[in-house]
Design a protein around this ligand. Structure first.
Ligand SMILES: [Zn+2]
Ligand SMILES: [Zn+2]
Length: 272
């Protein structure tokens, strides 16, 4: 019998992603964090159960107040005892969606710690009160999460550059969106600079964040109508390859489904 393999220092799994709801699980040492909880609580609790966590959830970090990111927050927090963390504009804008939850406030651009994890919230361009992405750093590893956003900004690239895992929105393919049955006002909202990110936008972000070091990109929040997972993945892969960055691993998480676990590549232990 082999001994059980030790728990990796940091692991991440997109539980669900897309317009029907978003939740990303990050486990690092003694901390188990959810970035957003935008699904029915039963779905999230079932996913957490099946994720084999060593202990209950520690905290839920909110990116913004939209329903597909906040739907299950109150019930999941109640069921698990997890703290809920958001910035003040998000808390105010969420209104009833967070009613009854004890929310701890953070300030965007002010790093804070949850156990072994340093969390840095940074502002993203999106049509919400004060939407943020997060950098989660632990044990020398960094994960950057950016979803939802309308365009690639310097702030985003400054935070995502060199991240071991970069979780970035790839909402739509411009051609599929152009021919889709969505009403024009909705298409305008999506393509706006405070809307959602296209596959080409995700590709620009992935290229801008790449340093040549081993990195992984998980594409999330894919539209079920205006995108296809292989198309999103291949668009980003091609852009990286064109810049000589073909070693970056790219996975597209299918809409309204879970993604694979990400764990850091095995680093050889130093001799002696
Ligand atoms: Zn949103
Ligand atoms: Zn969303």
């Amino acid at each position: 019998m082999f001994p059980p393999s030790p728990q990796p220092p940091l692991r991440v799994r997109v539980l669900r992603s897309g317009s029907a709801g978003n939740a990303i699980l990050v486990e690092a040492g003694s901390a188990r964090l959810l970035v957003d909880a935008g699904l029915p609580a039963e779905t999230i609790l079932k996913e957490l159960d099946e994720s084999g966590l060593a202990a209950p959830l520690t905290a839920i970090l909110l990116t913004h107040e939209h329903d597909d990111h906040t739907r299950g927050v109150v019930a999941v927090a109640r069921a698990t005892g997890a703290a809920v963390l958001a910035n003040e504009p998000t808390l105010r804008a969420a209104g009833a969606a967070l009613a009854g939850a004890a929310v701890d406030l953070f300030r965007s651009d002010h790093p804070f710690r949850i156990g072994p994890v340093e969390v840095t919230p940074f502002v993203l361009p999106h049509d919400a009160a004060e939407p943020v992405g997060f950098v989660l750093a632990s044990d020398g590893l960094r994960v950057a999460v950016a979803c939802d956003l309308g365009e690639v900004t310097d702030v985003l690239l400054d935070h995502a550059r060199g991240a071991d895992l970069f979780v970035i929105e790839a909402n739509y393919d411009v051609r599929l969106l152009a021919v889709s049955a969505y009403p024009w006002f909705l298409k305008n909202r999506i393509i706006g600079t405070r809307g959602h990110l296209s596959n080409e936008g995700a590709a620009r972000a992935a290229v801008g964040a790449a340093t040549g070091a081993p990195q992984t990109v998980h594409l999330v929040h894919l539209s079920e109508v205006n995108n296809l997972a292989p198309l999103a993945r291949d668009t980003v892969r091609a852009a990286l390859a064109a810049e000589g960055l073909g070693t970056v691993r790219v996975e597209a998480v299918r809409p309204n489904a879970g993604g694979p676990w990400w764990t850091p590549a095995v680093v050889p232990a130093p001799a002696g």
